[in-house]
Design a protein around this ligand. Sequence first.
Ligand SMILES: *Cc1c(COP(=O)(O)O)cnc(C)c1O
Length: 239
Amino acid sequence: MTGERGEQLEANLAACRRRIVEAAARAGRDAEQITLIVVTKYFPASDLRLLAELGVRDVGENKHQEAQAKAAELAELGLRWHFIGQLQSNKAAAVASYADVVHAVDRAKVVDRLARGANQGAQSSPERRLEALVQVSLDPPGTQGRAGVDLGDLPALAEAITSAHGLRLRGVMGVAPLDGDPAAAFAQLGVAAEQLRAVYPDATWISAGMSADLEQAVAAGATHVRVGAAVLGPRPAKR
Ligand SMILES: *Cc1c(COP(=O)(O)O)cnc(C)c1O
């Protein structure tokens, strides 16, 4: 890779992959079973082109407008687009038209809208399935701005996803609380994943772990880690 930014991304990516390999080894897991999703939110399309050249296939975005524009501009790269942000009901159908995976499904209303979008989208075909993960809340009850469902609400939401045409239930997603113990949070997510798998055996994905806590996530069984800053550097100020 030539160019300063390309070299920086290459080195960061190598270091991040090494962290995953080492964490997997410590957990007695095969690192090949762990997908690195590079979270590119706030970074320009040029960075995604460099990442694609470096072999990255899975990218994560959390803002609809930004994700939509990048997915359109970079369509020829064949990237897998993971929408990791909170889903607003009025945007969910649009997200479903370009996303390959949505990570933060948290209510039935969004399931309906996603299904509608998945069936109408530009890439829509009878075989197209938008892969969906249920976000499980890992925050203590009563936390402000708490995202995700409680364990008790997981079965109904999972059932809504599996009965929606155009969606495929793949597993669970979680974000460790800012000031808590990530290992404990991810253990809680593991319980949810197990509960889901008992009913839906192919809902095997666990999306967990970011730049600061990917080791704990891998130790707790994460199959997909979502890493931004450790690969791209500090995020530019919010626009
Ligand atoms: C931004 C974001 C990430 C990546 O966070 P980093 O700390 O930059 O690795 C992961 N998951 C979600 C849901 C995010 O919004």
